[in-house]
Design a protein around this ligand. Structure first.
Ligand SMILES: C[S@@+](CC[C@H](N)C(=O)[O-])C[C@H]1O[C@@H](n2cnc3c(N)ncnc32)[C@H](O)[C@@H]1O
Length: 258
């Protein structure tokens, strides 16, 4: 597994860092386009029960509920799930990990996992999913990725200059690490979209990332002043009130029995 250049201890700390920023996470992190979620659950029977794995504050759960599915949300962070429950008291939320699911055998028709697969041990999770999934289910993974390779966004990214979470648990071609033997090759569908936000919200978004949450105060001050400088001086954005971020929601689907 690619470790993105971070130690196992740092990786675990980052995987478990999100809870302290749960309310900000829900407010500033991007939602998922409905087209993307529709692809993730294309093989799941209408109205079926879907596991939102690493559900966090429930950004995928929201979409699943809107599509008419019953959701069980699992996440190791009680704080993230509390944020989900506050908004959606009817959703079944359980504290637990993908590697040791707090669920009985054969209880879900499908599984989705948004922005969280890279924090898990794919093989251990694959065995658990095979246990909890009813026949003909599918596993859909999603990542919201922002395109930061050119212009002012490249300058923002260069200031951070540390490995990103989403590069963990992916092969050199960026295909997610498979849940293991007995799962089909991944199929992929990308949804391109644009996110527009105020500059202050853009900065607040960075404060929900695991790198920020586990950084030293000194690092945070350095990053924040560098980012503020780019927003205030870069000719592409200096005179604008809002910034637009080109996004792609990458969707990957695999099925047991492949
Ligand atoms: C970046 S957040 C994504 C939350 C949500 N799925 C979303 O798309 O907004 C990553 C989530 O993975 C959870 N997580 C970390 N390690 C996990 C594990 N081993 N099993 C399940 N979830 C895990 C974290 O607690 C966190 O809520």
């Amino acid at each position: 597994m690619s470790d993105g250049g971070i130690s196992p201890g740092d990786r675990l700390a980052r995987a478990h860092s999100f809870g302290e920023a749960a309310a900000d996470y829900q407010r500033y992190r991007p939602d998922y386009p409905i087209e993307a979620v529709t692809y993730l659950v294309a093989g799941t029977p209408a109205g079926g029960r879907v596991l939102d794995l690493g559900a966090g504050t429930g950004k995928l759960t929201d979409r699943l509920v809107a599509l008419g599915f019953e959701v069980v949300a699992v996440d190791p962070s009680a704080q993230m799930l509390a944020e989900l429950s506050r908004r959606r008291p009817d959703v079944d939320c359980r504290v637990g990990t993908g590697e040791s699911l707090p669920l009985p055998d054969s209880c879900v028709d499908g599984v989705v996992c948004g922005q969280a697969w890279h924090w898990m041990d794919a093989g251990a999770v694959g065995r658990e999913l095979a246990r909890v999934m009813r026949p003909n289910g599918s596993l859909g993974l999603a990542w919201n990725t922002d395109h930061t390779d050119t212009g002012w966004l490249a300058r923002i990214e260069a200031i951070r200059n540390v490995p990103r979470g989403a590069e963990l648990n992916r092969g050199p071609d960026r295909t997610p690490v498979s849940p293991g033997q007995g799962w089909s090759p991944f199929t992929r569908h990308d949804v391109d979209w644009t996110r527009t936000m105020t500059k202050e919200d853009f900065l607040a978004l960075w404060r929900t990332h695991s790198q920020w949450l586990t950084a030293t105060e000194e690092q945070r001050i350095r990053w924040m002043s560098g980012w503020r400088d780019v927003l205030a001086t870069d000719p592409q954005v200096a005179t604008l009130d809002t910034v637009s971020i080109p996004m792609t929601t990458e969707c990957w689907v695999t099925r047991p029995g492949g």
